[in-house]
Design a protein around this ligand. Structure first.
Ligand SMILES: [Zn+2]
Length: 62
């Protein structure tokens, strides 16, 4: 498992549909996916740049 350089949060990684690597918060959160009125509990991961206190730095690195 890797770590954010900025805030040292544990990260996990996935690839986007475009084949790009994306950092995710290591811990998923619970969310409800509703299809046709039926709710199902799913684990979802937040992209780390959405929660990182140093997100501005991530953007500058590009
Ligand atoms: Zn971070």
């Amino acid at each position: 498992m890797s770590q954010c350089k900025t805030c040292r949060a544990p990260l996990t990684w996935c690839e986007t549909v475009n084949g790009k690597k994306m950092p995710l918060d290591a811990k998923p959160i619970k969310a409800i996916q509703v299809k046709e009125g039926i709710g199902e509990v799913i684990d979802v991961y937040l992209p780390h740049w959405a929660t990182c206190p140093g997100a501005d730095k991530h953007r500058k690195e590009r």
